[in-house]
Design a protein around this ligand. Sequence first.
Ligand code: COA
Length: 310
Amino acid sequence: MIDLLKKAAWLESEDIRPYVFVRHENEISQPGSAHRLNWFPHQPIFKDPLDITEIAFADRIYSIEERAFGPSNMAMPRWVFYDCAVMPGFVAGFAARPRALSKMVREVLDPKKHPATNSPIKTSAILKHIESLDEMDWVPLSLFIIIPTMHKGEWVAHNLCSVNSLLPKEEQFYGLGFLSKAFGLWYANVEQCSGMTQWGSPALKLHSHYGHLEVIGAYAPVHSHAKTITYRVQVNTHCWEKFFNKEPDLAFLEAYGPTGSFIDPKSEDSMVDLQRRIEMEQGPFFLSAGEIAQKKLDEKLMIYRLKQQY
Ligand SMILES: CC(C)(COP(=O)(O)OP(=O)(O)OC[C@H]1O[C@@H](n2cnc3c(N)ncnc32)[C@H](O)[C@@H]1OP(=O)(O)O)[C@@H](O)C(=O)NCCC(=O)NCCS
């Protein structure tokens, strides 16, 4: 907690709070009861995606998401958000009181300066559309979407996004992306979490710190981006503080050893090769969070295996 607050002091601010954007039927019955953790003392703000007066909150979520994912051509259409996120799962993140934000952050979040191209034109004619940031009680700074799967106990992390990706370093809220996912996993008592991201993405630095990361797919031609890693973690909060203090994960080093093979984010062949090994059941294969943290995004990553497999 101390290391966390040294680097993410904003977490203590009364003007920044976690939020839960969830329809009533999907509310978590005993939030935060599976993992012992004192990182989120503030009560979350609740917003209901099926309440049409909350459309401004959804629009601001879209606005961040669209600009963060637009460059990689993966911005989420509104119907995907509704059909595949809000209806089966829930959205969590952090939100701020608009008046507490700096001029630059306000500008980045200002819908007039960054109108979402996928904003609902028809509804704006019917609803009183909130144009100004100051008319909002809370404005979202990040989003994490998580959806339960048919496999009991397993959830899929569908989207993670933070306003930090749109801000210069000195204006960023350190750890915002990491803590948005951490809050969602903690709040919803998630024990097992799968997810997808592209090899070489900065998001891998975050996703590898929620528990030991198993690669369940190294190449995904079914996806629009084939160079996608599909991963799974058993959520383990002991790993979380290492994201902040950069201490080695001794439990990982004790349990897993290097295979001598690498994934190279610049080599599709290395991805296909690992994918084949997974399909031939030579795994399970893992990545080291400590190693990913130290490396540049385009550097090769060692593939690890359980030591008892040797
Ligand atoms: C990826 C993303 C969610 C990370 O969230 P964030 O709030 O920027 O990151 P956090 O503050 O939580 O984490 C900071 C760490 O991530 C690293 N990081 C974040 N963006 C980075 C980038 N573009 N390149 C390299 N490292 C990056 C920081 O260097 C820092 O690591 P350090 O402690 O070793 O310095 C955010 O940048 C984002 O929204 N990106 C666009 C959308 C996206 O790619 N989402 C992930 C899809 S799975």
